[in-house]
Design a protein around this ligand. Structure first.
Ligand code: OAD
Length: 269
């Protein structure tokens, strides 16, 4: 693996990679204490039996939520970022942006840790939304942050306060069965401009994000940094699979580029 890491580091050092597009998933935040979805035993979907769902993903399906919001609020606290600290991997993404090498970042995560780490808002799309606001599912009126936080802490469904509405409140995250943010299609084009793609901490099991790596031009390296293989990464000659935990691989990659101290400093800030 070291020679693969060195090869990618060289692309960055010698200026071959200056428009890096990144796709991230839950695996970059497990180090911050938020379990991923599909890892056996530790992932959320293996722990939902007590909620008696028709299938694990129902907890995030809009049709199910519309009549049974309780399971979502039963697990919401464990996924809410609260005061969590970004991981070294989030800091690495911020460092790429600082060095003007981050062309665009697509994150499937809703925890907002990319921005907390310092990735500028304009370089980032929360493809599945984020936790920053919430509305009534029925009448669409805004619901206050403090009451939402209270409900999440208590594991209780918050209900709309508007006159006689009483609809369940839903955070502005994308549930299965809901459209992605309108910018997604437009931002997809950024992938065509990539001269390096990093795919980090995702099983690539959920469309349409799962198709982003396939849009990368032939000949452009696609690098998977993940505990396991994912999607079609590894099928092209130019692909590189760096299997391991994100923080460990990223630390070694940063070291090979010559950024070890800078990365640690940025992370500790
Ligand atoms: P998954 O749980 O499907 O995949 C996480 C991937 O990260 C797995 O391949 C793990 O092996 C890997 N992983 C976990 N911890 C890691 C670590 N520290 N270092 C390296 N790899 C690690 O999560 P996503 O791919 O993000 O959507 O899931 C995509 C979407 O499915 C989510 O956004 C969510 C979910 O249902 C909605 O709810 C709409």
């Amino acid at each position: 693996m070291e020679s693969d890491i060195q090869a990618i580091a060289n692309c960055i050092k010698n200026g071959k990679a200056t428009r890096i597009v990144v796709l991230t998933g839950a695996g970059i935040s497990t180090g911050a204490g938020i379990p991923d979805f599909r890892s056996p035993d530790t992932g959320l979907y293996d722990k939902l039996a007590p909620l008696r769902l028709p299938h694990p993903e129902a907890v995030f399906h809009i049709n199910y939520f519309s009549h049974t919001p309780e399971p979502f609020y039963a697990i919401a606290r464990a996924r809410h970022p609260g005061n969590l600290k970004p991981t070294l991997t989030h800091a690495f993404l911020a460092l790429l942006a600082k060095k003007n090498l981050l062309h665009f970042l697509f994150t499937q995560n809703i925890d907002g840790l990319e921005q907390d780490a310092g990735v500028p808002k304009e370089k980032l799309l929360y493809t599945h939304g984020n936790w920053k606001s919430q509305h009534c599912y029925k009448c669409k009126s805004h619901y206050p942050d403090d009451l939402m936080n209270k409900a999440i802490r208590a594991g209780e469904v918050p209900y709309c306060l508007e006159n006689g509405c009483g609809g369940a409140i839903k955070p502005d995250i994308v549930f299965f069965g809901q459209p992605l943010p309108a910018e997604f299609e437009e931002k997809e084009k950024e992938v065509l401009e990539a001269d390096l793609m990093l795919v980090m901490g995702t099983s690539l099991r959920v469309a349409p994000c799962s198709r982003l790596p396939r849009l990368v031009n032939r000949g452009v390296p696609r690098v998977l940094i993940n505990n396991e293989r994912a999607g079609d990464l590894g099928n092209r000659d130019e692909d590189v699979c760096l299997l391991g935990t994100c923080d460990d691989v990223v630390r070694r990659l940063a070291g090979a580029v010559g950024w070890a101290d800078e990365l640690e400093d940025l992370w500790q800030e």
